[in-house]
Design a protein around this ligand. Structure first.
Ligand SMILES: N[C@@H](CCC(=O)N[C@@H](CS)C(=O)NCC(=O)O)C(=O)O
Length: 239
């Protein structure tokens, strides 16, 4: 059994898609990051970086095994099942390159741009421009790749596609049109045709609603106060 300790954010969704694709038995353990549950001492034992997602594999190597970092989790699940990471060396490195591109660029840059676009304070135009322009560049990188390859890793659907899709779900709001980005749009439609992706999208709504109901009447933390976050971690680890 794989326990997914998570929330249905893009990083959480990547792992849900993989679990649905592989057919492994799994369950979602809700971690409400708005309530600060990522800072609980129990959560920090499985995710020392106080983030979601994490997994606990009750039948891991040498017994129960826990992991943080969505990219590493995807590689782990691919190796456990022998699926979505090709054994051929060249194909494998193609997939790993595009997985690394998602982890290093797609996620962090879209995350930062959304943060500054939503930020209500003053003097954020420079930050907004910086990250929005970088996101536009990243969509061109994806589109260029997907004009010549069926999937990000090449001929085969892989963990690189699963990692990237959830981060691109807001592409319409960013003006990523089918005319200008045809390769990206063809791939996006192919992703949405997959039953596992459809199941992820449905679960995302259901889990979000369940977590909102469970949070009623509880007080939220300011997740963007990075100074407080450093103190929360120090407190949780007794430093
Ligand atoms: N590199 C990490 C990023 C994880 C991450 O940033 N998770 C966010 C939600 S998408 C989170 O847990 N935020 C809570 C916090 O910052 O306190 C991964 O890919 O797993």
């Amino acid at each position: 059994m794989i326990e997914l300790h998570s929330a249905p954010t893009p990083n959480g969704q990547k792992v849900m898609i993989m679990l649905e694709e592989t057919g492994l038995p799994w369950q979602h353990i809700d971690v409400n990051i708005r309530l600060g549950e990522q800072f609980s001492p129990e959560h920090i034992k499985i995710n020392p970086n106080n983030k979601i997602p994490s997994i606990v594999d009750t039948e891991g190597p040498g017994g129960s095994y826990s992991m943080m970092e969505s990219g590493a989790i995807l590689v782990y699940l691919a190796e456990k099942t022998g699926k979505f990471l090709p054994p051929d060396q060249r194909q494998r490195y193609e997939v790993l390159q595009w997985l690394a591109f998602q982890i290093a660029h797609v996620g962090p840059m879209i995350g930062q741009s959304s943060h500054f676009n939503n930020y209500k304070g003053e003097n954020v135009q420079y930050s907004r421009d910086r990250y929005n322009n970088e996101v536009l560049r990243i969509f061109h990188v994806l589109d260029n790749r997907l004009r010549t390859q069926a999937w990000l890793g090449g001929d085969e659907y892989s963990i690189a596609d699963m990692a990237t899709y959830p981060w691109t779900r807001g592409h319409k709001d960013r003006g990523i049109t089918a005319e200008e980005f045809p390769g990206f749009h063809r791939w996006y439609a192919a992703m949405e045709a997959r039953p596992a992706v459809q199941r992820n999208n449905q679960l995302t709504v259901e889990i979000r609603e369940r977590m909102e109901r469970a949070a009623e009447g509880k007080s939220a933390i300011d997740i963007y106060n990075t100074r407080d976050n450093a103190e929360r971690l120090a407190k949780a680890t007794g430093r």
